[in-house]
Design a protein around this ligand. Structure first.
Ligand SMILES: C[S@@+](CC[C@H](N)C(=O)[O-])C[C@H]1O[C@@H](n2cnc3c(N)ncnc32)[C@H](O)[C@@H]1O
Length: 266
């Protein structure tokens, strides 16, 4: 298969589609057309994505200004546009983005240009330790173990086994004061809409996985939630849901998902 590059504007790219739906400018006509199709199927998606971005900004603020982390390792980052983490962290924070999609990485690097302290590498988030041990990442972290790891907007792409392994590996690897921030994607697989979404993604080559809150908690072991616990996205950002009652039919759990700061138990 030929290597994908950012100059290939003949196939829509998920990162650029996401950027378009967020109101960004880093996308091509082919992406805009695909995005409009997605918007037709799920009209509430742009509102939802905006809420997720606000929550990412809260995360960046909380981790750096409040909790004092000066290194953030973000997995499955997508494009670093439209208020991604680096725009809200405390000055001097090292932000290391990554994604497995080479188009996202190449385009991400172009968007960031030489933004100080912000980096972007290609990596598969299912192998965090191999990635963290890479010389280019070690050169930035300099043996630092007090690190904030972020998995935001990726759970639906991962199997139960993969989430559990990521959690265990990072738990073994990291310092007692490290944290892992995670966004838990809900959806009930058995709803008509859930089935429809899974079919849509299957056609694009992605098998989606949705789970309940208790299932997630089991997978995260031995990490535990910090004192803030599992909070819905609405609670996380302190807003009323931007979704209408009609939109919420897609979310039988009554929320668009939960966020959590996982820490090591005492
Ligand atoms: C919905 S976007 C989330 C972007 C960002 N984290 C956010 O919350 O705005 C999902 C991203 O995960 C990436 N991705 C999917 N599977 C991955 C994997 N195994 N390793 C790394 N990235 C992956 C996709 O390429 C895409 O950019």
């Amino acid at each position: 298969m030929p290597t994908k590059t950012i100059v290939d504007a003949s196939i829509p790219n998920a990162g650029r589609v996401y950027d378009y739906l967020l109101g960004g400018h880093h996308n091509f006509e082919i992406d805009r057309r695909a995005a409009e199709q997605v918007r037709l199927a799920t009209p509430f998606l742009p509102k939802l994505m905006r809420l997720f971005r606000w929550c990412l900004q809260d995360l960046a603020y909380e981790l750096t200004y409040v909790r004092g982390y000066d290194a953030i390792v973000d997995f499955a980052s997508g494009l670093p546009t439209a208020d991604h983490l680096h725009s809200a962290v405390a000055p001097g924070t090292t932000v290391i983005y990554s994604d497995r999609d080479p188009v996202c990485v190449e385009y991400g690097l172009e968007i960031l240009e030489n933004t100080p302290n912000v980096h972007y590498f290609q990596a598969d988030c299912r192998q965090p330790i191999d990635y963290l041990n890479r010389p280019e990442v070690q050169a930035l972290l300099k043996d630092k173990r007090r690190v904030a790891y972020i998995y935001w907007g990726i759970s639906m792409y991962l199997t139960d086994e993969e989430i559990h392994k990521i959690a265990q590996d990072l738990h073994d690897y990291s310092d007692d004061s490290s944290t892992m921030a995670f966004y838990l994607q809900p959806y009930n697989q058995n709803t008509e809409n859930g089935v429809q979404v899974r079919e849509l993604y299957k056609k694009m080559g992605d098998e989606l996985h949705f789970r309940t809150l208790p299932q997630f908690k089991e997978l995260f072991k031995p990490w535990v939630a910090d004192d803030l616990g599992y909070r819905t996205m609405e609670e996380w950002h302190g807003v009323e849901s931007p979704l209408t009652a009609e939109d919420m039919v897609w979310f039988p759990d009554g929320t668009v998902g939960w966020g959590v700061y996982l820490v090591k138990g005492k």
